[in-house]
Design a protein around this ligand. Structure first.
Ligand code: FAD
Ligand code: MLT
Ligand code: ZN
Length: 596
């Protein structure tokens, strides 16, 4: 198949190269320290120590001068490094409130930090912002078995919340992800984390009325009303349990000026006024510090099953997904996929925790899928699974497969999938992570296009020689691809090849440049790829209203359009008019084959 990017590339003899260099203007985002922010001095630290009573709680204020703060200043991917001179660890809401009130009054910039597992650089300072780390606010406050609502502080680690619910009440937390042992409930809510089992608890998002309006309407301020209407109506769009927008029932948030906004609720239904908590879900620490949450949890399923399948093509994976949804329906709780290139990392670097569950080698098949079911009647669930497996073999959709026989195998297979990111981390190489939403029929084309682009731009044997790995995996049930490009180091020669190329691909296919990890520092200036000028302007107004001095997580998730936006639109139009439609055709053929 000819790649759509064999004609559109930087450099070489191709005439389109010039156009790509225009796009590159948006690729590297140079950030300068904002001189309005004060550098922390002794007077400030004395005040911090007094608020947190550091004489009696020595670990509540940590200094760069005396401690090694690199674990707080470096992100999980080791891609971003900040220079916070001080880390503040409050134990209660009133302390967060007093800290923010002081920082706001004195123009001290703040970086909010949970478990520091974020993958877009949002959780570490860019310059010398002080870090407010929530790890000491780790109390579970209550659980109501009747409503299923858990109330806890924001610093509770996800795995601890889940363990508490399982062991004491046979309930489960509605979110599960690979970083569960370190990430915090507040961090999950602030990033609106998706995770591995979102499918079951999936929310149908209301297509924002605001973002469908033409951008020039941004100047008509009375349209605020529509935005509030959107916030309120979002509450009614859940299929079953919903994602965090559906499961978070209430929040306590400390605003930039120190005011404590109590949006806590013990009620599943509450239609009194605008549902403001949604503003904070996914706001990445830019609108307030989440200090408490009420989360709707589910009764623990009593029957779990897990299928691991090998497939000859990605097109087959899509067919299997449709069939699985038809046959398994309400008991499906996860549908994940990975190419064989992804599995190399957990199998090589986490081999003591997982193994390849089929006969032969992982390189024998190009694609793999995990399908998990959870229900309350194992006989019924197994009958459905048997029916699915028979159909898959009869229709020759899969090449091989296995079903987990016990919880040991169940966990090992999940580790294979969850361990792709950590496995890449263990390889000690650099990883450019692109977490995108794409229409399913084009999803894997983007991975293949990326391989072609890497080879064309960085040398023809780079992938074959193992210098660079381009791997694709993700949450197939949600249309969420994780395209990871593993390189020897983080260097502009790699970044310039990948960005903004990948965002333009998403734009072309009408996907999203951030499916679940957020914008953070990495994509902080890219919001225009997915949101209209009107929507961005409304966000800017909210930011101004809640954090007028901009002290909360500055330099990240910037709610502004680039100044040269007109130029950008013009370039996009040129790209579209010049896109090699011929090469997109194979995907369209897949589409026809499916509907037959
Ligand atoms: P941090 O990383 O500390 O912070 C993330 C952002 O939230 C930052 O902008 C920070 O300022 C803000 N923030 C943190 N706490 C608060 C608070 N209390 N109030 C206000 N703002 C706050 N994500 C997914 O969506 N799905 C996955 O499947 C998934 N799997 C992962 C697997 C691994 C191995 C890793 C390392 C990460 C994964 N992630 C995944 C990324 C994900 O965003 C985080 O793991 C998690 O949601 C962040 O929680 P955290 O407590 O570590 O927050
Ligand atoms: C996942 O799905 O494994 C996570 O989002 C983390 C990653 O992108 O590796
Ligand atoms: Zn993910």
């Amino acid at each position: 198949m000819q790649s759509i990017y064999s004609k559109i590339r930087v450099g070489g003899e191709n005439t389109n190269s010039v156009r790509w260099s225009w796009f590159r203007r948006f690729g590297s985002w140079k950030i300068e320290r904002d001189s309005r922010f004060k550098k922390v001095d002794d007077k400030d630290t004395a005040r911090f120590e007094s608020i947190l009573d550091s004489r009696n709680n020595p670990s509540s204020v940590l200094y760069q001068k005396t401690e090694n703060l690199s674990a707080y200043n470096t992100d999980w991917l080791r891609k971003y490094k900040g220079e916070a001179p001080v880390v503040l660890k409050p134990k209660q809401t009133q302390e967060v409130s007093a800290l923010l009130e002081y920082c706001n009054a004195n123009n001290i910039a703040v970086c909010v930090q949970g478990g520091n597992t974020g993958l877009v650089g949002g959780s570490v300072p860019v310059f010398d912002e002080v870090i407010i780390n929530l790890s000491r606010m780790n109390n579970i406050l209550s659980f109501d078995e009747q409503s299923g609502i858990l109330q806890c502080e924001a610093g509770v680690i996800l795995e601890n919340a889940d363990k508490y619910l399982r062991e004491k009440y046979t309930f489960i937390y509605p979110l599960d992800l690979g970083a569960k042992g370190s990430c915090q409930i507040g961090g999950n809510i602030s990033t609106n984390a998706g995770g591995l089992r979102l499918l079951r608890y999936f929310v149908y998002f209301f297509h924002s009325l605001v973002s469908s309006l033409p951008p020039f309407l941004v100047f008509l301020s009375p349209l605020w009303f529509f935005f509030f209407f959107f916030l309120k109506s979002i509450n009614h769009k859940y299929k079953r349990y919903g994602n965090l927008h559906g499961n978070v029932m209430g929040l306590e948030v400390v605003l930039a000026n120190g005011n404590v906004l109590n949006l806590q609720s013990n009620n599943i239904k509450d239609n009194t006024g605008y549902d403001l908590k949604h503003l904070f879900i996914g706001s990445e620490g830019t609108l307030g510090v989440i200090t408490k949450a009420s989360v709707l949890c589910m009764k623990e399923p009593t029957s779990y099953n897990l299928l691991f399948l090998a497939l000859p093509s990605f097109a087959n994976a899509l067919k299997v997904k449709l069939l699985a949804k038809r046959v398994l329906n309400e008991i499906i709780s996860a549908i994940e996929f990975a190419d064989f290139q992804s599995l190399k990392f957990p199998l090589t670097y986490l081999h003591n925790r997982c193994s390849f569950p089929l006969e032969g080698k992982y390189t024998d098949y190009p694609f793999y899928m995990l399908i998990e079911t959870s229900g309350s009647n194992d006989t019924h669930d197994k009958e459905k699974l048997t029916q699915l497996i028979e159909t898959l073999f009869n229709e020759k959709l899969i090449s091989a497969g296995t079903i987990a026989q016990d919880m040991g195998q169940f966990r090992s297979i999940w580790t294979l999938r969850e361990g792709i990111g950590p496995g890449i981390g263990e390889s000690k190489r650099a990883c450019y992570k692109y977490d995108v939403s794409l229409p399913l029929y084009q999803m894997y084309d983007v991975v293949e296009n990326c391989r072609v682009r890497v080879e064309e731009m960085l040398g023809h044997d780079t992938i074959k020689r193992g210098e660079i790995d381009v791997v694709g995996y993700g949450h197939l049930g949600d249309g969420n691809l994780h395209l990871n490009v593993v390189t020897p180091t983080f260097a502009s020669k790699y970044e310039n090849v990948l960005e903004p190329w990948i965002y333009d691909q998403c734009s072309y296919y009408r996907g999203s440049i951030s499916a679940e990890h957020g914008l953070g520092r990495m994509k902080g200036n890219m919001i225009h790829y997915n949101k209209s000028a009107l929507a961005v302007n409304l966000m800017k107004n909210f930011k101004q209203l809640l954090d007028p001095k901009g002290i909360l997580n500055p330099y990240k998730l910037k709610v502004s359009y680039p100044k040269n936006m007109l130029w950008h639109c013009f370039c996009l139009l040129l790209l579209k008019s010049n896109f090699n439609e011929q090469a997109v055709k194979p995907s369209q053929q897949k589409l026809t084959a499916f509907s037959r």
